[in-house]
Design a protein around this ligand. Structure first.
Ligand code: ADP
Ligand code: MG
Length: 277
C-alpha cells in the first residue's frame, strides 16, 4: 500500500480555539487503499483533525492535499466535490427522510449540479439559465435521466441490504424512528454509496454494544477489501487492530506515536497518555 499514490497529504496542520491549541502540527500521508486509524484520549485533537481535513473547520496553518490538490481552507461542499465523504462522531442523518432517501442522497454525483450554471453566469445573455434550473423546468427527465434514476434505486437497495438483519426491513421508515446504531449504519451506507476517493469515519461505533460494533466492523472490512482509502477515528482497539494498516496516536494535539496497531498499542508514550487521563 505504501507504494500506492498518496491520496491525502497533511503537513504541519494547526488549529487553535481561543488560544487553546487543539491541533498543533500534525503531518501524515494516507496512501490509496490504506486504512489509517487515529487513536488518543478525549480532547487530543482527533475530531478537530477530521474537521479540518473535511472543510468543516479552516486551519490556522498547514497543508492539506487530496490527490495532489490543495483543499486547505475550502468549504466542506468543495472538499466533498474532490471525492471526500465522511461520517460524524454523533451520527448525522436526516430524521425526516427514510433510510432509502438518506442513502439515495449519497448517489447524487459529487459534481455540483449548479457548477455549469455558475460558469455560464459570466455571459449576461445566459443569466436566466439558473432560474430555469431552480424552477425545475430544465430538469424534466429524459429517457437517460430515468434510466439513471432506476439504476440508482437498485444500488440504494443493494447498499442497504448489506445490513440486512437490521436495516433491510426498515428501508421506508423515517430515520428518526431508528435506533442510534441503525442511524449510524444509514450514515455509513450514504457515505459509501457516493464512491468516495477518501472516506473519513469519526468513531463509527461510538455508543454501540458489542454485537452492533461487530456488525459495523464487518461492514468496514468489506469497504477495506474493496480497496477504499479510509481515515478512521476509533477508540476500540480490537476494531482498530482488525482494520488498520497504520495507527497514529494523538495526545495534546500532536502525533505522539505511529506504526502498526501492535507497535502503537505498546508504545510507552501511548500507554502513559491514556493512564494520565
Ligand atoms: P477528540 O476528538 O480527540 O476528543 P477534539 O478534536 O474534539 O478532541 O478536541 C480537541 C480540543 O479542542 C479539546 O480541548 C476541545 O475542547 C477543543 N475544541 C474542539 N472543538 C472546539 C471548538 N469548536 N471550540 C472550542 N474548543 C474546541
Ligand atoms: Mg472526537
Amino acid at each position: 500500500v505504501m507504494d500506492a499514490p498518496v491520496v491525502l497529504r497533511v503537513r504541519d496542520l494547526k488549529k487553535s480555539f481561543q488560544g487553546l491549541q487543539a491541533v498543533g502540527g500534525v503531518s501524515f500521508d494516507l496512501h490509496q487503499g490504506e486504512v489509517i486509524s487515529i487513536i488518543g484520549p478525549n480532547g487530543s485533537g482527533k475530531s478537530t483533525t477530521i474537521n479540518l481535513i473535511s472543510g468543516f473547520l479552516s486551519p490556522d496553518s498547514g497543508l492539506i492535499d487530496i490527490n495532489e490538490q490543495s483543499v486547505a481552507g475550502l468549504s466542506a461542499a468543495d472538499v466533498s466535490e474532490r471525492g471526500l465523504a465522511r461520517t460524524f462522531q454523533n451520527g448525522r442523518v436526516f430524521g425526516g427522510l427514510t433510510v432509502r432517501e438518506n442513502v439515495e442522497l449519497g448517489t447524487h454525483k459529487r459534481l455540483d449540479a449548479q457548477r455549469p450554471f455558475k460558469q455560464l453566469q459570466q455571459y449576461p445573455i445566459l443569466q436566466w439559465l439558473p432560474l430555469l434550473a431552480e424552477t425545475g423546468l430544465a430538469l424534466i427527465p429524459g429517457p437517460r435521466a430515468k434510466r439513471e434514476a432506476r439504476d440508482a434505486a437498485i444500488r440504494v437497495d443493494r447498499e442497504i441490504d448489506r445490513f440486512k438483519e437490521r436495516l433491510g426491513n426498515r428501508k421506508d421508515d423515517f430515520t428518526y424512528t431508528l435506533s442510534y446504531a441503525n442511524r449510524r449504519r444509514t450514515e455509513i451506507a450514504r457515505a459509501h454509496i457516493s464512491e468516495p476517493t477518501l472516506l473519513l469515519l469519526d468513531e463509527p461505533t461510538a455508543g454501540m454494544n458489542q454485537s452492533e460494533t461487530a456488525e459495523v466492523l464487518e461492514q468496514l472490512q468489506y469497504l477495506k477489501v474493496q480497496g477504499h482509502t479510509i481515515l478512521l477515528v476509533e477508540h476500540k482497539m480490537d476494531l482498530v487492530s482488525a482494520l488498520s494498516d497504520r495507527v497514529l496516536a494523538m495526545d495534546g494535539g500532536t502525533i505522539i506515536a505511529q506504526g502498526t496497531p501492535e507497535e502503537v498499542r505498546n508504545a510507552p508514550q501511548v500507554v502513559e497518555a491514556y493512564l494520565g487521563k
